[in-house]
Structures are given as C-alpha cells and as structure tokens.
Design a protein. Structure first.
Length: 240
C-alpha cells in the first residue's frame, strides 16, 4: 500500500507541476482556483486522508483565515475546502516538487530570520486579499504535534487590519479512524519531508477535521488582540 501510494503521489506531483507551468499562464484566476482545489482534494484521496469540513468559510471578502499548524498536509487539506494562498517559510521554496508547486500556486514566502521581510510580505498579503484572494496564515510560525497550540505571533495579522479584512479562525485536527489524535501526521521535531511522507503513507486512513469558526469581532483594536482572539477561539474548539 505504501509503495503504491508513493508512486501515485509522485505522478500526481508531476501532473501538478505540468499544469501549473504549462497551463496556468492561460487560465483565468477562477480556473486556477478550481484546479488547485481539485488537485489538493485528489492528493488527500491518494494519501488516504479524509477531509471533514465543519461549517464553512465565509463568503465575505477580503478574507483572512487563521489556523493552527500541524503538518505540511494542512495546506492541501485547507485548499481542498476552499482555494487560498498561504504564507510559508522560505525554506519550503527549496523542497523538491512541493516547493516549486507552492510557488506556482501563489504561496508567499517569508524569510523568518529577517524582520525587515515581514513588511514586504504583509504588503503582498494585503494586496492579495484586496484583489479577491483568500489568504491563510499559521501564526504559530512552526508546526506542533497537535496536542497543543503554540503562542500566536501577531506580525502576520497586520495585513487584516490594513485591508480591513474579515478574519475567520480555523481549528485543524488530524485523527485516526476511532477519533483519537493522529500525531503521526504531524511534521514536527527533526523529521524530514521524506520521513513524514513515509510515515503518513503507511497509515491506512487519516481524517482531518477542519472547523471553520465564527468570525472575530470587527472592533479588535490591534494585531496582538486579534492574534490572541484567534488563538483563544481555536484552542477552545480543540479542547472539546
């Protein structure tokens, strides 16, 4: 099962690279979003990951989604529900296949070691939302094993204030078939991408629960308060 999945993943990544390189330049923005959603849903199916969406992302625009971060699978699970753009650390751009694909599908990369780069990325996030794209951020800045939520950094919340965007928290959890927490899906510690893929592909079935939570109040005064409110909403949902 693992070998078959790995072969199918490789072929699916190759297909994604060809589509994004050869066809995306001729697609409308709407068509590109549709392709991203279909491709992400297919990847989840190949890996045996069942995506369960609870409630739904709001239709209001501009929109920022704020989620906890567990795995590299998070991006594709969320994209299978609603196509969006992500903010990711610059190291991902150098990952084989996935880095190139992420760049082609609109991921915004940030140099975490350069504080000055935050202003550049924040400007791009605000512009993307004002142009109609949904942007998702992971304010923890890193992944956890899913048993806890790390403190949210507030810097990436600034574009929501700049663009006067609606902010919707998303609580994300990976589970086994019996409902217990699936820590094997986490991309934490010293795991390489290849080690993580081997571990995930060996599991018969994984479920990812995506809880789209109520919008945050529009009168949040500053980014720190916005980050704390998003953290509290997600933590409350995952504690149930």
């Amino acid at each position: 099962m693992r070998c078959l999945r790995l072969v199918r993943v490789f072929l699916h990544l190759l297909r994604g690279l060809l589509i994004s390189t050869l066809l995306f330049p001729f697609y409308s923005r709407t068509r590109r979003r549709q392709e991203i959603r279909k491709w992400s849903a297919a990847l989840m199916h190949i890996l045996g990951v069942q995506v369960h969406v609870h409630d739904a992302p709001v239709r209001a625009r501009p929109l920022m989604l704020v989620s906890n971060h567990v795995s590299w699978l998070d991006i594709f699970a969320l994209n299978s529900a609603i196509p969006m753009r992500f903010v990711a650390k610059s190291e991902i751009r150098r990952w084989p296949f996935i880095g190139w694909l992420s760049a082609k599908t609109g991921t915004l990369f940030i140099e975490r070691g350069r504080r000055s780069d935050t202003a550049r990325v924040n400007r791009l996030i605000a512009e993307a939302m004002l142009e109609g794209d949904v942007v998702a951020v992971f304010p923890e800045g890193t992944t956890s094993d899913g048993t806890q939520i790390l403190r949210f950094h507030s810097s990436l919340m600034q574009p929501a204030l700049i663009a006067d965007a609606v902010v919707q928290p998303v609580a994300l959890r990976f589970t086994h078939g019996d409902g217990s927490l699936c820590t094997e899906a986490a991309f934490d510690g010293d795991k390489t991408l290849w080690q993580s893929l081997l571990q995930i592909s060996a599991l018969r079935k994984i479920a990812v629960q995506l809880h789209f939570l109520p919008l945050l109040s529009g009168d949040v005064p500053h980014r720190r308060a916005l980050a704390d409110a998003a953290h509290a909403a997600i933590a409350s949902r995952l504690s149930r």
